[in-house]
Design a protein around this ligand. Sequence first.
Ligand code: ADP
Length: 423
Amino acid sequence: MFKRTLRRLSAMNSIVFLLIFVFFGTVIYGFVSYRFFDKVDEAMFLKIKNYSIVNGKMVPYSRSRFLFDPRIFILIRDDWGQVSTIFPYDQDNMENLLELIAEVQPYQFQTRTIENHTYRILDIPYRNPDNILDTERGPIVVRGLIAVSIVDSEVASLRDLLIVIASGLVIGMIIIVFASYNLARRSMIPIQASWEKQQQFVADASHELRTPLAVVTSNAELILRHPAHSVEEESIRVTNIIREVRRMTKLVSNLLTLARSDANQIEIKLDLVNGKEVIETVTELFIPLAEMEGLTLQVNLGEQLELMADKERLHQLLVILLDNAIKYTPPPGQLLITGSKQGGCMVITVEDSGPGIPTKDLPHVFDRFYRGDKARSREKGGTGLGLSIAKWIVDQHGGKIDVVNKSGGGAKFSIVLPVKINK
Ligand code: ADP
């Protein structure tokens, strides 16, 4: 699937680059070609306009405006439509010139190629008809002046430019295809990574759901085998089913939270929250639970702990950490939760006197579905998603969460939350 998208993206990138290249190539060629001929045209036009025929001779109107361009040749079109020149010329060339100016339209610049030479031609009707005495035909009236200029050098330069642009296009195309492929490949990396993450997420979720579903099915089937048994007689199986359904409910709820967080569908509602109050509320909930497990839970809070946060999510974060601390600390043990203000941040720590987290597990505990001791986590109803949700909550608040093993044993989770969030 990714290979096809990669090919498509590369092709699309190449086409876009190619179109841009062709567009600029055309613009450059058109502009240079226009500028080249524009200069020649202007010179031809000036030369015609600056000539006058006085007493049968072509003379410039004014010396100062006279344009000397030896490439430009002036011809005369007479009353009878005949063309001749009053400048000295080579008879052989005249034939070519006549061929060149055949069918030239007045006031239009035209380009003609004869015998591998390219000429630019302009025919302008003459303003002040004056008689010229032709030795053979007698007096003739000049009706038009035709300027002819050889433009071989311009045509050659344009041809060179075209070759440069075409070669640039070919070399550019090779680079473009290579660059497009690499660009497309680079842009695909995060997409591919996120796709693989999602695939892994779905696979892990299915795997996690399979075990409780199998337990529920097998226990239900066992109950069905003895339809005459009372609920009391089947109480162990019923308890098993209820426990697994609870686990699935928790798992599905966690999965939903993470899936919605991935899709940015969960909004963090920031309010001015009394952090001290939130910690106290959660601690009160957990003190009886800790006591039931043979643990003591101590709280150590600073005076003022106000911060901008989502109260519900902050509550959820503390529940996850205290729940884990109780789950993984064998009795008799001590749990400690602290809250204090340090600089522009609120720092919360949750520590326990349990076995801590094996060093190899430390970098992975915030990964989805990562469980250090699978059997213990499962036995305690863990889903392997708690800490990844905790990390997501902290990230959403622009904070940091970290875990270390204490030198005296036990794990210590530290959370740093900025008091003000710039979102
Ligand atoms: P679980 O549902 O398995 O507890 P979590 O994401 O909450 O999933 O935690 C991931 C893993 O981190 C746990 O399986 C456990 O191995 C380890 N862990 C988390 N908290 C503690 C703790 N307080 N003491 C020791 N290990 C812990």
